[in-house]
Design a protein. Structure first.
Lengths: 95, 74
């Protein structure tokens, strides 16, 4: 089955013209972006689930939703704050 | 096309397994106090809620991120 796949892949690559290659690159870039976004959601999920969900109930109540919104926003703020502060320190260190 | 299908299926299987793994860890934390001789009905109900709330939460965060990206692209 693996040999079959390799042969299929080789055929596909051989058939690619220049325009197809550009299209393939675009597809790969799109898939990468999707994967990155999914990883982001996964990451936020791990962080904010702990902070905001105590005991899972029948629905997401408004307090939990507010907490989740805040969680996402504050994490982004935190990342920006730390990034800029660290960049400052590195810059000063360079001089 | 055959290769594409194969990759899609494998990717989907992998994603499913990852989700199950993540959910099991998170829900164990929230729903399991002291492991007893069997899975009692309270824990079971909690697990059901947990899976559903997990999906709700993921969707909520996804929407929130999309909103945030639209207003201030990072």
């Amino acid at each position: 089955n693996r040999k079959h796949l390799e042969a299929s892949l080789r055929r596909t690559m051989a058939e690619l013209g220049e325009a197809d290659e550009a299209e393939l690159q675009r597809l790969v870039a799109a898939e990468q972006q999707k994967a990155q976004f999914t990883a982001q959601v996964h990451h936020f999920m791990e962080l904010c689930w702990d902070k905001c969900v105590e005991k899972p109930g029948n629905c997401l109540d408004s307090r939990t939703e507010n907490c989740l919104s805040s969680c996402v926003d504050r994490f982004i703020d935190t990342t920006l704050a730390i990034t800029s502060r660290f960049a400052q320190i590195v810059q000063k260190g360079g001089q | 096309p055959q290769l594409q299908h194969f990759i899609e299926v494998e990717t989907q299987k992998q994603r499913f397994q990852q989700l199950v793994h993540q959910m099991t860890e998170l829900c164990w934390e929230k729903c399991m106090d002291k492991p007893g001789p069997k899975l009692d009905s309270r824990a079971e109900a909690c697990f059901v809620n947990c899976v559903e709330r997990f999906i709700d939460t993921s969707q909520f965060i996804l929407n929130r991120l999309e909103q945030t990206q639209k207003s201030k692209p990072v």
